[in-house]
Design a protein around this ligand. Structure first.
Ligand code: ZN
Length: 345
């Protein structure tokens, strides 16, 4: 089986766990099961039981404590919360499109979260034609007449450009071709950014770099990928147009795998100097319109008094840039097809 969208038939296949790249424990494991998926319909959505996920992804144990549900094996720990939208995989936070549901004492995860989030994160090497890129489009958000978020220390547009410049230098040293949507303080519309990216005809990925604004208490990093069809923009009510497939949905699996790699890598670089706000779904126009796998990173809040000073610090900027660069290399390896293990049956 290539994808849980083909549920319930599945076979014994080698799987690679992207999260393990985070810890350097790159391993193939066998999904050893021959039973089908346990599917239920809840509030109009299809759900699959956590028990059948345990079998398919070869988790060795499910433990429950209050509303907390933990699936684990030697390499990965997945924490879910009954009724909640947050999922932690190896301590990286993902925001599900639908809350974890309960039928009696059985927990269920929505099929869109299984097919569009859990599966590509756990099995990135099943993502088709994603690993053959050498080109990275870096999009420093805002610029020119649009400074983005501002505070007394500086403008978001300048911080975006600084981090983007560091990313470009490091990627070029690693042999990547880098295309910047802007490399000076100029204004570009969102559509111009999309057009620049889509003029790149070779395989590429697209990383948009931003810093955030919010209340004085809001802090931390978050990474956005395009909402799959049927899923609303983060924090917005669902609308009928959310069912429409966008250009960027062609790369749903690659989008979430790229976001996982970048988000996890930056979290590890920043350590206690950040807070994990999670990997979220959005319908930003650059994510909707770009023909390459695409993510949008928010690297911290200019409106938080302490984080604002961190963002001004070149070490913080280097940590974000280094995290992005590391993550791109790991992502490319993770989504490249691997030879099947000789012992596979
Ligand atoms: Zn911004």
């Amino acid at each position: 089986m290539e994808n849980p969208s083909l549920l319930p038939a599945f076979t014994r296949r080698a799987i690679t766990v992207l999260m393990l790249f985070a810890t350097g424990l790159v391993t193939n494991v066998l999904a050893a099961t021959s039973s089908g998926w346990d599917i239920a319909k809840i509030d109009g959505h299809e759900y699959v039981s956590v028990e059948s996920m345990k079998q398919f992804y070869n988790f060795t144990k499910i433990s429950r404590s209050g509303s907390s549900i933990i699936l684990e094996n030697a390499k990965i720990e997945m924490k879910l919360n009954a009724g909640g939208n947050e999922c932690l995989m190896n301590n990286v936070k993902f925001v599900f499109s639908n809350p974890v549901a309960m039928i009696g004492d059985k927990a269920y995860v929505s099929r869109v979260d299984l097919a569009k989030l859990i599966d590509p994160v756990l099995r990135p090497n099943f993502i088709q034609n994603a690993g053959d890129f050498r080109t990275v489009v870096i999009d420093p958000g805002h610029g020119g007449k649009d400074p983005g978020a501002t505070n007394s220390l500086g403008n978001e547009s300048d911080y975006n450009l600084k981090v983007a410049g560091l990313v470009r230098t490091q990627l070029q040293l690693k042999g990547f071709k880098v295309i910047m949507t802007r490399d000076s303080d100029i204004y570009l519309s969102l559509q111009e950014r999309v057009n620049l990216a889509n003029a790149v005809k070779e395989s590429a990925i697209y990383v948009s770099i931003h810093f955030n604004s919010g209340s004085r208490a809001a802090r931390g990093i978050e990474t956005f990928t395009l909402s799959p069809p049927g899923v609303a923009h983060y924090g917005s009510d669902w609308k009928a147009t959310d069912n429409q497939t966008r250009v960027g949905n062609e790369h749903d699996s690659a989008n979430i795998a790229l976001a996982t790699s970048v988000h996890g890598s930056i979290l590890r670089r920043l350590g206690k100097n950040t807070f994990d706000r999670g990997i979220k779904r959005a319908r930003f126009s650059v994510l909707s319109g770009v023909t390459h796998p695409a993510i949008l990173l928010e690297g911290g809040f200019l409106t938080h008094p302490y984080e604002a000073r961190l963002i001004e610090n070149p070490d913080y900027q280097k940590a974000i840039a280094g995290g992005i660069v590391d993550a791109i290399g790991k992502y490319r390896f993770a989504v490249s097809p691997k030879p099947a293990p000789a012992t596979q049956n």
